[in-house]
Design a protein around this ligand. Structure first.
Ligand code: ADP
Length: 629
């Protein structure tokens, strides 16, 4: 039996492919976790890192609280089942299943007992004498599972095990694997690109895209409270309708106006209106409005629409409609009995309880359960000022904050699911007042106000905890999951510790009047006279401003001009140490000869240090400071 912890796990392949970024997940013992996402999103890479078949670039992997980054695959007590069953064709089922035990020099009697027991569990006892070619696809997959079971591993890893089976068998094997998980009472981590497989099998589903976890939650929660546009549209069939809208306000009510549809506004419920107004969402911006086909009714009034196609499925009718000025269909799921024909003009009624709103740029969810609570705040020394409250930060926290957090508009950012209810050393109290509560299947959502801040703090609360509207409460923010964001949702908080970027340097004035800065590591920078006295200095490199000089290949890859920043004698050669890609920025950590520690720089996210292990950064005089020693 084993639980797993994945902490800030990154995988960068040779050549610079960032396959997995900042993967954080706690997997409870005996749980069934499914990694799902489109092809290439990093699922297999993650699984292979857990298996020990792939090195972890950075981050920590714990199995049962033991750090296993450097533990060999065979010593991790893990069994893996692949898409291709990879059975030995010349061996019988019995021999295939017992092979790994034989390699471990188990006694024949022990092998027999284990193989027979596994065969019973999988209901393949009568196939033990057959060779793989005498088996059906489903039977072969069972043998592959059996081969894993006999090893009695603590963790089962399954990589698309059903994708070679036909549709009917896949559905059947899905149930079998779920049953097997119940019988074996071990941890399962299962990879698939099939959303139905994921939603029906896992107790926790980890939705991935482009190497990042998008959301990790119970299936029903992913459906009810998708954290962003990707999750909202990836899960659910037919998928959520998304339309571009303006926000409008009239007599205290807030609604969404569908782009180009003049007369019709969908008014949102009062609580949502409050959340939008208090959240400071701009009424000038466009948003993406989402509603699932299940939550639209054909009604007597509402948004006028024209029926383009009708599909009658076994137990429901899918209606494809168009609305004025919208190219995309708005899809409605209706009962089979509905009497609708192609070319009918109808009205669509949107269920207000189940509407979504996403930011067009970050694609984060903004209403109901937002992706993040984003509350304006500022830093004063070691304190974070939120409305009228102050949150004391420890040194561990402040040593990870990027410099620009002290000079920019910042937002405290915490996910609703990370708010805690009991005090401990690693969290900080916030006093709040419950404004209103909404029910969900697995929890309730509480919207609470903070003294002096207009934004609500939204969080999940277990159904057992009974809060009342208006009640004064204390909640706790775990510091390791409390971030500081800028307007673009890029974090000012870095996983790596941030040191002052400093080095000793000698400044001299050349005969032609130019300022020559020789830094301790031996590199020299030359500028038109900077008016600096000759002597010994501390050279402090600012986190922002340095420009990466691209080599030809990299420049082409990211469509940048190769010579844009290549000013002669105004660059330093650096080597890659690590990076932390965000939404628009990439915090990079580089080594520069002469500097005590690695150097932290903030650059555009189109560049990855892993693309160029050694590169140049161009420095204009405002990229650094010189302090006389
Ligand atoms: P998934 O399992 O979600 O389909 P993978 O984990 O296989 O995704 O791949 C994630 C990314 O890493 C993809 O862009 C893929 O091309 C790349 N990748 C996978 N394996 C390697 C490798 N051995 N070398 C370089 N890039 C790789």
């Amino acid at each position: 039996m084993a639980g797993l912890k994945l902490r800030h796990i990154y995988k960068v392949y040779n050549g610079g492919v960032r396959a997995v970024n900042d993967f954080n997940l706690d997997i409870k013992d005996k749980s069934f976790v499914v990694l799902v996402g489109p092809s290439g999103c990093g699922k297999s890479t993650t699984l292979r890192m857990v298996a020990g078949l792939e090195n972890i670039t950075s981050g920590q992997l714990y199995i049962d609280n033991t750090l296993v980054n450097d533990v060999e695959s065979k010593n991790r007590d893990i069994a893996m089942v692949f898409q291709s069953y990879a059975l030995y064709p010349h061996m019988t089922v019995y021999q295939n299943m017992g092979f790994s035990l034989k390699l471990r020099h188990e006694k024949p009697a022990v092998i027999e007992e284990k193989v027979k027991k596994a065969a019973e569990v999988l209901e393949i006892s009568d196939l033990l004498d057959r060779k793989p070619k005498e088996l059906s696809g489903g039977q072969r997959q069972r043998v592959a599972l059996g081969r894993a079971i006999v090893r009695e591993p603590n963790v089962f890893l399954l990589d698309e095990p059903l994708s070679n089976l036909d549709a009917k068998l896949r559905v059947q094997m899905r149930t079998e694997i779920t049953k097997l998980h119940e019988k074996l009472q071990t941890t399962f981590i299962y990879v698939t690109h099939d959303q139905t497989e994921a939603m029906t099998m896992g107790d926790t589903i980890v939705v991935m895209n482009k190497g990042f976890i998008q959301q990790a939650d119970a299936p029903v929660t992913l459906f009810e409270d998708p954290t962003n546009l990707f999750v909202a549209t990836f899960l659910g069939s037919p998928q959520m309708n998304i339309v571009e809208v303006d926000l409008v306000e009239e007599k205290g009510k807030v609604g969404v106006k569908l782009e180009g549809v003049n007369s019709n506004i969908v008014w949102l419920k009062d609580n949502t209106a409050k959340q939008i107004k208090n959240g400071g969402l701009s009424f000038e911006k466009k948003y993406l409005f989402g509603i699932r086909p299940d939550h639209i009714k054909i009604a007597k009034e509402g948004i006028p629409a024209h029926v383009e196609a009708v599909e009658q499925l076994g137990d429901e009718t899918i209606i494809y409609t168009t609305i004025e000025n919208h190219k995309q269909h708005v899809v409605v799921k209706a009962p089979l009995t509905i009497n609708i024909n192609v070319h009918d003009d109808v009205f669509l009624d949107f269920l207000k309880e189940r509407v979504y709103l996403f930011d067009k740029d970050s694609e984060h969810s903004l209403i109901g359960m937002p992706s993040y609570n984003k509350i304006p705040c500022h830093l004063e020394g070691n304190e974070l000022v939120v409305g009228k409250q102050r949150i004391g930060l420890d040194e561990e926290y402040t040593s990870h904050i990027l410099a620009r957090a002290y000079t920019s508009n910042i937002f405290l950012a915490v996910k609703p699911e990370h708010v805690e209810f009991a005090k401990n050393e690693a969290n900080r109290e916030l006093k709040a007042k419950v404004e209103f509560i909404e029910e969900r299947t697995n929890y309730n959502i509480v919207y609470a106000s903070l003294d002096g801040a207009s934004q609500f703090l939204t969080f999940r609360m277990s159904k057992e905890r009974k809060y009342k509207d208006g009640e004064a409460i204390s909640v706790y923010l775990p510091l390791d999951r409390t971030y500081l964001f800028d307007e673009n949702d890029d974090s000012f908080f870095s996983r790596e510790e941030i040191h002052e970027n400093k080095c000793r340097a000698t400044v001299s004035t050349a005969k032609d009047g130019k300022t020559v800065i020789k830094i301790n590591g031996g590199q020299t920078l030359v500028y038109p006279n900077m008016g600096v006295e000759d002597g010994e200095y501390e050279f402090i490199l600012k986190q922002e401003g340095a420009q990466v000089v691209f080599d030809k290949k990299t420049a082409k890859g990211i469509k940048e001009d190769v010579n844009r920043h290549a000013v002669p004698k105004q660059f330093l050669t650096v080597s890659c140490y690590d990076e932390e890609p965000q939404h628009k920025i990439n915090t990079i950590f580089v080594k520069i000869k002469g500097f005590d520690e690695y150097v932290t720089l903030v650059v555009n996210n189109n560049f990855s240090v892993y693309k160029m292990p050694v590169f140049k950064i161009n420095l204009t005089p405002d990229c650094f400071e010189l302090k006389k020693i």
